[in-house]
Write a protein that binds this ligand. Sequence first.
Ligand code: NDP
Ligand code: 2IT
Length: 444
Amino acid sequence: MEYIESVLQDVALRNPNQPEFMQAVEEILHSLKPVIAKHPEYKDLKILERITEPERQIMFRVAWQDDAGKNHVNRGYRVEFNSAIGPFKGGLRFHPSVNLSIVKFLGFEQIFKNALTTLPMGGGKGGSEFDPKGKSDSEIMRFCQAFMTELYRHIGADTDVPAGDIGVGGREVGYMYGQYKRITNRSESMITGKGLHWGGSLVRTEATGYGLVYFVDEMLKGVKNGLDGATCVVSGSGNVAIYAVEKAQQLGAKCVAMSDSGGYIYDPDGIKLDTIKQLKEVERRRIKDYLEFHPGAKYVDGCGGIWDIPCKIALPSATQNEIDGEAAKTLLNNGVVAIGEGANMPSTPEAADMFVDAGVLYGPGKAANAGGVATSGLEMQQNDMRTSWCFEDVDSRLKNIMKSIYTSSSNAAEEYGCPGNLVVGANVAGFIKVANAMVDHGLM
Ligand code: NDP
Ligand code: 2IT
């Protein structure tokens, strides 16, 4: 459609040198062709032009001191992308690769993901190119405090509510919450992923990984044996990967490989998750060290090779563009049945097209990994009511949300002429909800 191509051209001109952001925008806008054909009012009201332009983008200096007294300067980001259906909501990423393009791709995806959860949350994302690896606890604390010393002016329970992402977990959320409270004198739900004794929700830690597996389980309805006995490869060994493996194992799958940015381990007898948790969550060590405890396993340097391992289920849960065309081809040749994206945009456009064309079950990140932010939404609900729900209660709400995301994506794919294509389905279902809210609010 000429109109969509011309919007894409404008977005590319306005945002030079932002390849990840353009990748996310191109995928979504291309899948909206049938929607624009059916709803010409979106074109008249310039919804596409408005939705691709963040409402607000904040970049700031973060100066902090290491344990040796040496001074450092990093850059902080918060992109408040869209608040049509609720306060901006989305995680903070601390990783040396972070730049404006990556924060914007994540923020843009988050708009549609959050809409799919059925909860009232807009989309945003933030972070810093700060590298937490090898830093002491006190250095992490000083960085988080310095980061929040600026960020606090822009966020709040009803305006913008960050959370974790790569490099930001419970420890970092704690330091940032503490600094916000100290500066503002307010105990409010301005961040999620909080500790259980100060406003956090049960299941938030597990939510992205568990939700991913609930989603994959839903996709596998009708496939013989489903997850039971299925060989599963999970990239990453952080928050998402660990709890995806935990739930997959509970449902009978055999997870044989995990990775970190250094390489991957292959344990044909099945990954011993207790060892991974101890290494990664407690001691913050490298995945290579798994071999010290399980010498029968194999370690391979470099994380890309993990997709050479034959599997029925692939759960990429590390980072963007970790599955390229080559890896997709190998997975397909090895007979992969389902791909569930725990990470955001882990498949390159080429890989994603190959999965769709091959007709395998393919759950794109904004649908499959929405359980994390959905449970952040449940944390906000509990905070608003000043209550806390038990584990089973939150878990069953999460499961229902993942089912409803599958159903709404699947129905939208069908309605807009691409049955079975959950990429189109998730994009369309998320978009329509936000677009209609933008129409209701008038031009802004
Ligand atoms: P963590 O920081 O807990 O773990 C990240 C994992 O991915 C680590 O094993 C890390 O290895 C690996 N990794 C990170 N960057 C790279 C890279 N450039 N190349 C290779 N490996 C890499 O993060 P999460 O588990 O929270 O996040 C993982 C993915 O899931 C991200 O894409 C995130 O956006 C997405 N996500 C997270 C949600 C959440 O609630 N946390 C919700 C929805 C999506 P190493 O330790 O060596 O760096
Ligand atoms: O990508 C994501 O959805 C997250 N990192 C979680 C965001 C959140 O606000 O819980």
